[in-house]
Design a protein around this ligand. Structure first.
Ligand code: SAH
Ligand code: SF4
Length: 438
């Protein structure tokens, strides 16, 4: 979602004379967009700000030019004034629900940098209504935020405090943005939300639509070929969405459905409001409707009070699901969350060992999922050039990176759909040969 927000910030600033530059050394404005989900993000923000201070000082010494520094995102939201206190060279602090105000905040800055601008309000007019519709550049694949914030308050998580209350973007605004993305050559859209499948809004027939209906509507856009969505919550996995995985050929066979822990005790302490059995039943149903679907998830090890038995339940659940891919993290204490004041924190060494065990198991499942694709033919969207000569990288329907070679000076394949015969499979990627004529 931060990637999406950064793109929208770029879109927003273009009419004000800014253009994106890869190089910070001569930038008039540096926006550091931050994430607060785990503890390291805060430390990283301050160390990045130290690096940025050196860059802007060097630029000032060499050229006399002053750079503006803005900190955006959830660390900005959570730390607010503290950022300016600790890093006084920062000019603007702006939260994830108020970055639409950046042009104004920049314009209001005192040229001598005497005043700072902080905007971490949750506005009454949704951000999306105030963003401009200036979308000029995207690759073949783009993100589109349809839902933001969360009302679920899992006891480990900062999202409800930093991104605010659950909000679904209206249908029309989503369709308009999707069409704009298509106009600039996008072929694949990933719909985004903290709980993307909680999205609901009034549909074209004035009935309440959920994510499955939205995806079916988007699929009517001819030039849009692949549709994805992330991240889903088990409690919002309704039958309409599950059916779309069977009936909608543009919806990719990939479901990211985090559970966090396989132990009912821990799920309860996490305030997840469902059991491991209920989660497994959802997975079974999804597979009934689409047996080939790749299942992904998130796991937190070492949540306060997690025993060896709880950890074993997580390993056992992973074995039962057999994931195609998944993310796993050590529990990180977040200020202001109920989990942070739980007393029985798990020690760091135990967390490390448990993370290793979870990751080893997930790694072996991912490798065997990838290996099963050898000798199959897959339609891949070509995303970019690889590091090697004549090499391209695409993404498979199952969200795997696929490498292949194509030797032509006259033809650029980026943005094309190519049928590849998969010849080799590795931990994080596949290799294939072209079989299609194009
Ligand atoms: N809404 C989604 C997840 C959003 S947060 C859901 O409920 O499943 C993305 C992921 O970050 C989570 O799935 C979780 O695995 C991880 N995460 C969030 N807070 C964390 C914390 N305090 N410590 C470790 N990992 C955390
Ligand atoms: Fe955080 Fe997801 Fe729980 Fe919401 S549902 S509080 S985003 S982990």
């Amino acid at each position: 979602m931060n990637f999406y927000d950064s793109e929208r910030i770029t879109d927003l600033l273009k009419p004000h004379g800014y253009k994106l530059d890869d190089n910070e050394d001569d930038a008039d404005l540096i926006v550091l967009n931050t994430c607060h989900i785990r503890e390291k993000a805060v430390e990283k923000t301050y160390s990045e700000l130290g690096r940025i201070r050196d860059k802007i000082n060097t630029r000032k010494e060499k050229t006399g030019k002053i750079s503006i520094v803005a900190v955006a995102g959830c660390v900005a939201q959570a730390q607010g004034q503290e950022i300016i206190k600790r890093s006084p060279w920062v000019d603007i602090v702006v939260g994830p629900q108020s970055y639409q105000n950046l042009p104004e905040l920049i314009a209001k800055l005192d040229t001598n940098n005497k005043y700072k601008n902080i905007d971490i309000d949750f506005p009454t007019i949704p951000k999306f209504d105030q963003l401009n519709d200036n979308i000029e550049e995207r690759g073949p694949s783009a993100f589109l935020t349809i839902q933001e914030g969360c009302d679920k308050f899992c006891s480990f998580c900062v999202v409800p405090y930093t991104r605010g209350a659950e909000y679904s973007r209206p249908l029309k605004s989503i369709l308009d943005e999707a069409n704009k993305l298509i106009d600039v050559g996008v072929k694949e859209i990933t719909l985004l939300g903290q709980n993307v499948n909680a999205w609901n809004s009034k549909g074209l027939d004035n009935q309440n639509w959920s994510l499955g209906r939205l995806i079916d509507e988007l699929a009517k856009i001819n030039e849009l070929k692949f549709i994805r969505y992330t991240t889903s919550h088990p409690l919002d996995m309704d039958i309409e969405l599950i059916k779309s995985h069977r009936d909608n050929k543009k919806l990719m066979p990939y479901l990211h459905l985090p559970i966090q822990s396989g132990s009912d005790n821990i799920l309860k302490m996490m305030n997840r409001k469902h059991t491991a059995k209920e989660y497994l039943e959802i997975i079974e149903k999804v597979r009934d409707y689409n047996p080939k679907i790749a299942i992904s998830g998130d796991f937190i090890v070492g949540f306060p009070g997690e025993t060896e038995k709880d950890h074993m339940s997580t390993l056992s659940l992973i074995k039962q699901v057999n994931y195609a891919q998944a993310y796993s993290f050590k529990y990180s204490k977040r200020p202001g969350t109920p989990g942070s004041v739980f007393l029985n924190h798990v020690n760091e060494d135990t967390k490390k060992t448990r993370l290793y065990e979870v990751q080893e198991l997930l790694r072996s499942q991912q490798l065997s999922f990838n290996k099963k694709t050898i000798n199959s033919i897959m339609k891949v969207l070509v995303l970019k050039k690889g590091k090697k000569k004549n090499q391209y990288i695409g993404r498979s329907p199952f969200n795997q990176s696929v490498y292949f070679s194509y030797n032509s000076k006259n033809k650029n394949l980026i943005g094309s759909f190519i049928d590849l015969n998969i010849t080799e499979a590795f931990q994080n990627s596949l290799k294939g040969n072209i079989v299609s004529n194009f």
